[in-house]
Design a protein around this ligand. Structure first.
Ligand SMILES: Nc1ncnc2c1ncn2[C@@H]1O[C@H](COP(=O)(O)OP(=O)(O)OP(=O)(O)O)[C@@H](O)[C@H]1O
Ligand SMILES: Nc1ncnc2c1ncn2[C@@H]1O[C@H](COP(=O)(O)OP(=O)(O)OP(=O)(O)O)[C@@H](O)[C@H]1O
Ligand SMILES: [Mg+2]
Ligand SMILES: [Mg+2]
Lengths: 256, 256
């Protein structure tokens, strides 16, 4: 059965999508069968793989709200072992619509039941909020990977996120655990970054990945070419950092 | 009557809060009476002014959902002419709760009616979504100021935001207009930034502010001291850029 990882943090712009796209691509490059599920109405993970999300007639909305299966909406990517359940513009109203539906919190988990055996890793990109789309992501996941920008505001939101993860664990998904915290856009010359890292490491201890993703312009250029960074500029520090993160993730799992 | 500006963009991490805090502070430093209204459950604008939002027993939630007035929840800041309607942790559930209430979209506008005459400028910091809190911000505003990071994903979401502003204008607030687009975290050495700027200027034409906010570490350090940047490091490029933005805003208004 494929392992399901939700990439979540309600703070905006911390690198959730960049992590979903590039961690997914790195695992697929390692010959693992990967599904990236985009439940963010912005559809950035979808366009990060070169798929024009505004023209799609079906996507994760149809699997969450209508009767479509995830297999019905999944499309190929440029990487042989990686598929995407894309977000289309219907998803914008989903959070409110879900609120009035049966099983509002676990519809994504039910949708994943049908495909989980077909993949080694399933990665869910969540929106910058703690709304029903993110709650669906957390209830469907085996673990949560939390990207944290080395900035003051990004640190502030962590205790609220930890509370929400606990709440989901108690009421919706008792096996949910924290896969790890990964520092993103890290610039070692920056004092504030070291303060934030010390504070977060003090709180999350050994749940913090050793791999830190450096600030690297190639990571932010790659989406404009519709490619994960390892297809855009494999030797770049950004692409290499995510390959390293994928490797660390697999090693930590084996020794867990 | 005070002019109400909503700072909105559903893309996360583009500088909405940094703009609300520092533009507000710059207007107040110019002896204008300013109210900053924080409708983001993260409460970053509240802590950006040094207020511990998790310990507050009342805030914008009480003015939106309960019977409190905005005047009841407003607190002072370190700046003589600037007050804040803070976000406390109750706001996390507000978007869903609003959905089942009367006048769900215009409760903030009704709340502002009582205080608008007391201020010259009212600035609303919105969350990274197009949910009911942001819709409340747009329906209450005279104009929308849109911070745009010079990045690919940030550009992608602009057409969706423009659609939403049009929708609010047609159904909820016919006098809503775009105050302007401001480029944030601008690094002139970065090619991608120039591509994004060209593209956005082509679309929004003269609605783009000439002032560009540079990437400046002092802007991201200031919130950890609970101060707007002009109180933390007045000569810094970041603080000066927001003072310049405030000046340009007032000049554009006079000539409109
Ligand atoms: N390590 C990095 N180096 C340079 N740029 C980066 C890096 N990681 C992400 N970015 C850029 O920073 C911006 C924010 O990242 P991203 O969109 O992945 O964050 P997010 O958390 O998914 O945002 P949202 O909250 O809107 O979903 C993007 O423009 C992205 O290209
Ligand atoms: N011009 C700048 N230079 C350097 N850092 C900046 C600048 N503007 C904002 N930042 C930092 O970038 C991060 C994102 O900015 P901010 O939190 O203001 O964005 P936001 O749009 O309000 O985010 P959210 O979508 O989560 O509400 C913050 O850590 C902030 O301190
Ligand atoms: Mg994202
Ligand atoms: Mg903000």
């Amino acid at each position: 059965m494929g392992r399901v990882i939700a990439i979540a943090n309600q703070k905006g712009g911390v690198g959730k999508t960049t992590t979903a796209v590039n961690l997914g691509a790195s695992l697929a490059a390692d010959n693992r069968r990967v599904l990236v599920v985009d439940v963010d109405p912005q559809g950035n993970a979808t366009s990060g793989f070169g798929i024009a999300h505004r023209q799609l007639d079906k996507g994760t909305y149809q699997a969450l709200i209508d009767q479509a299966t995830l297999a019905d909406v999944t499309v190929d990517s440029a990487l042989p072992h990686l598929k995407i359940a894309p977000a289309n513009s219907d998803l914008a109203g989903a959070s409110l619509e879900l609120a009035s539906m049966e099983n509002a919190h676990t519809r994504l988990r039910n949708a994943l039941d049908g495909v989980q055996a077909d993949y080694d890793d399933i990665i869910i990109d969540c929106p910058p909020s703690l709304d029903l789309l993110t709650i669906n992501g957390l209830s469907a996941a085996d673990s949560v990977l939390v990207p944290v920008q080395c900035e003051y505001y990004a640190m502030e939101g962590l205790s609220k996120l930890a509370e929400t993860i606990e709440m989901v664990k108690e009421s919706l998904n008792e096996s949910l655990r924290i896969e790890g915290i990964v520092f993103t856009m890290y610039d070692p010359r920056n004092n504030l970054a070291h303060q934030v890292i010390n504070e977060v490491q003090g709180f999350f201890q050994d749940q913090v990945f050793e791999t830190r993703i450096p600030r690297n312009i190639r990571l932010s250029e790659a989406p404009s070419h519709g490619k994960p960074c390892l297809l855009y500029d494999l030797p770049s520090r950004g692409a290499q950092a995510y390959i390293q993160l994928a490797r660390e993730l697999l090693v930590r799992r084996e020794s867990a």
